[in-house]
Structure formats: structure tokens, C-alpha cells
Design a binder for this molecule. Sequence first.
Ligand code: HEM
Length: 138
Amino acid sequence: MKVPYMDRRAEIERSLEIVAERIGDPAPAIYARLFAQRPEYERLFALDPTGAVRGNMLATALDAILDIAGPNAWGMNFLLAERVNHSGVNVPPTEFLLFVHAVRDTVRDVLADDWTEEMSGAWGGVLAQIEAASAEAG
Ligand code: HEM
């Protein structure tokens, strides 16, 4: 479903609120999903025993996603810059969006029956926008 631009941010926010109500911090579930798909990335966080870096990475990614869903004042530029920066920690640009997918898929699975068409459209629209901008950036 195509979600009106103005509603996308609210839909994504609502989905994240429900996740917080149900499981609290979603970071463990999101990173578990990423590492199940790409076990080799787990060791990149060997120097992050407390999870602080992973927490920051997720918080920043969510801020960027919410901005892209709304006014997109900085979110896409930031994401594209991080996409390049992450080559420095051996995450190729082609792999970067896996994390954004892991976030969306975790939210979807936690919501289960409460995952609505509007939420699906809002998350899917933002993902498609990020994918298009990434493809353009090369
Ligand atoms: C498969 C995808 C990704 C992997 C494997 C990955 C991996 C990493 C690693 C290993 C670090 C720590 C770097 C260091 O120790 O210097 C890091 C930091 C960071 N990543 Fe990612 N990343 C991914 C996607 C993303 C995405 C989509 C964002 C979105 C903005 C992002 C934002 C950040 C930020 C802001 C930091 C710095 C956090 C801090 O030091 O407090 N990453 N990432």
C-alpha cells in the first residue's frame, strides 16, 4: 500500500513504539538477525563488549530512517556518507542496507498480527527510497 508522505513517519514511529512496549530495547533481536544472515559481521563488534557501539549505530540509523520518512533534512545524506565510511570497517556498500532490512524485518516480526498495511507501506517506501539513492550513488 502506498502511504501518504505525511503519514510515513507516524506509521514508523507507531511501529517502533509497539516494539518498545513489547520487547524494550530491540537491539539484541536486530543484531541477532543480522548475524544469523552474516555471521562474519559479529566479530566486527568484538571491541564492543557492552553493546554501546551497536546501540549507537541502531539509534542513529533509526533517527536517519525517521528523518527520511519525514522531511529528509539530513537522513539520506548521512546514510549515504556512512555507507561509504563503513568500507573502512570492511562492510562493503552493497551490504550496508542489510542492517536497515534487519531493522524493518525485526519490527515486522515483533508486531506480528499488529503489523498493518500502512506500516508495511511506510517502511517499504523508505527502504525503496534508500535503495534508489544508494544505487544512484554507486
Ligand atoms: C551490515 C550493515 C552494517 C554493519 C556490519 C556495520 C558495522 C559497524 C561497525 C563494526 C561499527 C563500529 C566501527 C568502529 O568500531 O569504529 C559501526 C559503527 C557505526 N555504524 Fe554501522 N554497520 C552497518 C550498517 C550501518 C547503518 C545502516 C548505519 C546507519 C546510519 C550505521 C551507522 C553506524 C554508526 C553511526 C556507527 C558509529 C557508532 C559509534 O561509534 O557510536 N551502520 N558499524
